[in-house]
Design a binder for this molecule. Sequence first.
Ligand SMILES: CC(C)(COP(=O)(O)OP(=O)(O)OC[C@H]1O[C@@H](n2cnc3c(N)ncnc32)[C@H](O)[C@@H]1OP(=O)(O)O)[C@@H](O)C(=O)NCCC(=O)NCCS
Length: 173
Amino acid sequence: MDDLRFRPVAEKDLVLFQRLRTDPEFWGPGWPGFDDPGQPARRLASDGYFSESNSWLVAERGPDAVALLNWRTSSIGAPRLSWEIGIVVVPERRGQGIGWRAQAMLCDYLFDHGPVQRIQAGTRVENIAEQKSLVKAGFQLEGRVRAAEFADGEWRDGLLYSRLRTDPAPDLS
Ligand SMILES: CC(C)(COP(=O)(O)OP(=O)(O)OC[C@H]1O[C@@H](n2cnc3c(N)ncnc32)[C@H](O)[C@@H]1OP(=O)(O)O)[C@@H](O)C(=O)NCCC(=O)NCCS
């Protein structure tokens, strides 16, 4: 049995959220550039990283924080009936089965705790690890989104995936 589990963001995680804003390797492909490293402490103090439109959890394996997970208002569907999710696995823990499991667990969590029908996730055409992770997490490819993001000096297409409440959940054991 995998010991991956979620917990709310804590003070000790602020360094990871700061790295999102200061360390391109931590973010992964398409880093948007430097941003205010003081924002994570302010966000934690203001709402604990939970809001109606944008929330975060930390995935732990053993004593270590291994991934940051986000769900936010989706570009498609009604608020609270559809979410868009995102994930960053800490660089030294990538390729260990955390990414797909954590995204599958986040879907289960969101389906359990709200009426959401549709969860979507977008990724870059070049991000093979995330495409494989999403499929293993029970997502289906919906299609190619043209000029989805501006990154690394140019407009880039993206791929859009979704998992519906009625889709089969993968076996996490
Ligand atoms: C993308 C990401 C979430 C994947 O999580 P992960 O824990 O590294 O991936 P997993 O170990 O769960 O692997 C899932 C699948 O991807 C494959 N994979 C992992 N890393 C890979 C890589 N670098 N290249 C190709 N395939 C890869 C695995 O082999 C596995 O597929 P398989 O079962 O067919 O062998 C993680 O690498 C990450 O956080 N990257 C930076 C941020 C990012 O890209 N976030 C998502 C996009 S918004």
